[in-house]
Each structure stands twice: as structure tokens, then as C-alpha cells.
Design a protein around this ligand. Structure first.
Ligand code: PLP
Length: 399
């Protein structure tokens, strides 16, 4: 069934019970560290506000976003929990950041200055409490953050600012999903060295420190510190196959069931046609059909986030409880699916692109493997034309 307000029978289902369950499991693993649910990019395509609420119900103590705008969307949706912005807000966005109780990450002198003047304009440190800010150290990801040699000057500026409350110091891992890569340990060691240097310089301690993403949480217990920042695992996916043994050991330790993928992506067949052997389908008129075929048209395409390469990669979908390959190139709005003669596929049949049907399951990991990417990219690219519906399978009991 399409969501209200849309005419096209195509939608994504987000199981909020799975989100709560996954957060509960991850929080148990991370304890006594707290769990921050990362809900950037519209909660990895799952819909930020409902997922944020479910994550908080499941035991997350706070949320993180990439952009100030994403934080504002949570506030507009009535979410009152702490929200950390993972990059330094633009100078012009600093006022909104504090106005709406978002916590910015800072790592440049210009950022600290902008935060100070926005804080001052709001009376922070005089008519109202100081505004919390966190400082990010670049220990090797080399994307954003203060270089180890610059952190001290940034922390000095923050600690000396009467408007600012030095609430946290953190870093981010580049390869925590590769369990045998020693670089994560090097990042932790560098983070420790920076903390020691700040302490030796007589600077105040941050109220908390954090480093771990999902992979850190699962595979690098020493990186859990005061809080972990979990994204992909909240949605029920492992950050990489390599962390699966560590995840299984952790699940056994906390005596809880496996992570559950929260998202299913579905549509209904809009047309069924039979073609003779030798016919070529869709744009590019690909390889001729080897046999007479029944072909179902399904109303989702690359404008919705089905990668154009899914056909040539050998991708498929589930119809009638069976896995069926695409029969031609993915188009902007539709795909064609080879169902074979005698399949009994009919207009209106439910098609599962990601999720389960009958005994079969197609996961975002399977898509990612075929397409040479990661589940993150598959789920975040499911487009805005696809309405999200919310289901709730409950949380599942500890096994
Ligand atoms: C996205 C992000 C995370 C979450 O990463 P996952 O691998 O999805 O758990 C954590 N921290 C930062 C800084 C991020 O940008």
C-alpha cells in the first residue's frame, strides 16, 4: 500500500522496534559508556525524527547530526534530547546552533570566535549559562578536526572564553571496520597523547571524551571512553564483514539477540508482459532474452536510489517469495524484472527490493557487495520520492 498522499505504489518501511532493539543491544555493549545515536542524512535514509525518538526510547542518551539544518529538523520535530553537530558550523549558523540548543564541534580559531560572539549575543556566561561546545582532534582521519599540534591553542581559547563551556573532546576513526589494521590503535594512542599534553599544560579536563563509531564500539572496546557514536549499527547493519566475529562475541557477552535491519524497501508490480526469446529490454536494448519471459515492471528507478549499475551487476528483487533478476537497465523511474514463464506474477504483487518475502531476504549489504560499495550508501540514497512508513515489530527478547 502506498503512503497517504502518494499515488505510486512504492515505499520504504522503517521498523522502529528494530531501531529500539539495536540501540538497546549497542548500549548494553558500550556500557558504562553512553550511546549517542547518529541520525545524520535523515537517519541514514530512515527518517530522522521518528528514528531519533525510537533511539531515545531504546536507551540512547543523545543524538548526533552532520549539519545544523539536521539539528533544526529534530528540534522542529519536537526532539528535546542533546544534539551534537559533528562538524564546525558555518559562522552564520552559530547563532541558530545555540538558540536551538545544538552543541557545535569546534576546531578552528575562527570557529571559536564565531561561537563566542554568537554566545555573547545570547547572553551566555552572563544572563544565562555558558553554551556547551566540543573540540574535535584529527588523529588520522584527515577530514576535519584540529591537528594534534593545534589542539592546545583551540582548547586554550575555549577554556578561556567566558561564553563557552568546554563540554567534550573527541576524535573519529578512519579504519575501525578493519579489525586487523593497527591504525585504529595508533589513533587511540595519539588521542591519549593529546589528552596528556593538554593536562600537562594545566588546561581543564573536558567533561567527556569520545571516539568510537559503530566499528569502534563493536571491535575496539578501548575506544569506548565516555560515549560511543553509533550510526550504521543502529539501523541494523554491521560496518563491515570483518567486525562480525567481534559483534558475535559481544552479543554473547551481553546475552542479547542479533542486530536487526530496520528498513525494507517495497513496491507493487504495475505491469506484467510476456516477451519472446530474443527480445531486448529497456534502455540500451541489453542482451537478448534467452527464453520466452514474463517481465514485471516495478515503479522505482535510479531517481529513487536504485543504482543504474544494479542491472549489470546482476541485481535482483523478490516477487512471489523468490529472487528474480532485473531484465534490463534501471531507468529513472522504473525497473523491469525477469520472472520467467509460469511464475504467476501479477499486477499488484508486492516486490521487495530490500527486506524479506517468503523465506528469502535481500539486504542492503547484498546490494553493496554487488555494487562495490557499503550499505551506508545504499540506504542513504533512497530518495525523497519514496515515502517512509513506520512499523513496529517490538524489541525482541534477549536470547
Ligand atoms: C557518521 C559518523 C559516525 C557514525 O558512524 P557509523 O560508522 O555509521 O557508526 C560517528 N562519528 C562521526 C564523526 C561520524 O561522522
Amino acid at each position: 500500500m502506498a503512503a497517504e498522499g502518494t499515488q505510486r505504489p512504492a515505499w520504504a518501511e522503517v521498523d522502529l522496534g528494530a531501531i529500539r532493539h539495536n540501540v538497546r543491544v549497542l548500549a548494553a555493549m558500550a556500557a558504562p559508556a553512553k550511546l549517542c545515536a547518529v541520525v545524520k542524512a535523515d537517519a541514514y535514509g530512515h527518517s530522522a525524527v521518528p528514528v531519533a525518538r525510537a533511539a531515545l526510547e531504546g536507551g540512547a542518551t543523545e543524538l548526533a547530526v552532520a549539519l545544523v539544518d539536521e539539528g533544526l529538523e529534530l528540534r522542529d520535530g519536537g526532539v528535546t534530547a542533546p544534539v551534537l553537530v559533528l562538524s564546525e558550523p558555518a559562522v552564520d549558523a552559530m547563532r541558530d546552533t545555540f538558540d536551538r540548543q545544538l552543541v557545535p564541534t569546534l576546531y578552528t580559531g575562527a570557529g571559536v570566535a564565531a561561537a563566542r560572539s554568537a554566545g555573547r549575543a545570547l547572553g551566555a556566561g552572563s544572563s544565562r549559562p555558558r553554551v556547551p561546545v566540543e573540540v574535535k582532534v584529527d588523529t588520522g582521519m584527515h577530514r576535519v578536526g584540529a591537528a594534534p599540534g593545534e589542539v592546545r591553542s583551540i582548547v586554550e581559547l575555549v577554556a578561556a572564553a567566558p561564553e563557552l563551556d568546554y563540554a567534550g573532546l573527541w576524535t573519529h576513526f578512519a579504519v575501525a571496520d578493519r579489525v586487523s589494521d593497527g591504525f585504529t590503535s595508533e589513533q587511540v594512542a595519539l588521542f591519549e597523547a593529546v589528552r596528556a599534553e593538554l593536562k600537562a599544560a594545566g588546561l581543564p579536563e573536558p567533561r567527556r571524551v569520545h571516539a568510537a563509531n559503530s566499528a569502534g564500539t563493536i571491535a575496539w572496546p578501548a575506544s569506548r571512553y565516555d560515549m560511543v557514536r553509533c550510526g550504521i549499527s543502529v539501523y541494523g547493519y554491521v560496518p563491515s564483514r570483518e567486525v562480525v566475529p567481534a559483534l558475535e562475541a559481544e552479543l554473547a557477552r551481553v546475552e542479547m539477540g542479533p542486530l536487526r535491519p530496520a528498513l525494507s524497501w517495497k513496491a507493487k508490480v504495475t505491469m506484467v508482459r510476456e516477451y519472446e526469446a530474443g527480445e531486448r529490454l529497456s534502455y540500451g536494448r541489453g542482451a537478448p532474452l534467452a527464453d520466452r519471459a514474463v517481465v514485471a515492471t516495478v515503479p522505482l528507478g535510479y531517481a529513487d536510489g536504485v543504482p543504474r549499475g544494479y542491472f549489470s551487476a546482476g541485481g535482483g528483487v523478490l516477487i512471489g517469495g523468490r529472487r528474480r533478476p532485473l531484465a534490463g537497465m534501471v531507468t529513472m523511474d522504473q525497473i523491469v524484472v525477469a520472472c520467467g514463464p509460469g511464475s504467476g506474477v501479477r499486477e499488484g504483487d508486492e516486490t521487495v527490493l530490500i527486506g524479506s518475502q517468503g523465506g528469502e531476504t535481500i539486504t542492503a549489504d547484498e546490494w553493496a557487495d554487488l555494487l562495490g560499495t557499503v550499505s551506508y550508501e545504499i540506504v542513504t540514497r533512497i530518495g525523497r520520492r519514496v515515502p517512509r512508513q513506520f512499523t513496529d515489530s517490538g524489541e525482541g527478547d534477549p536470547s
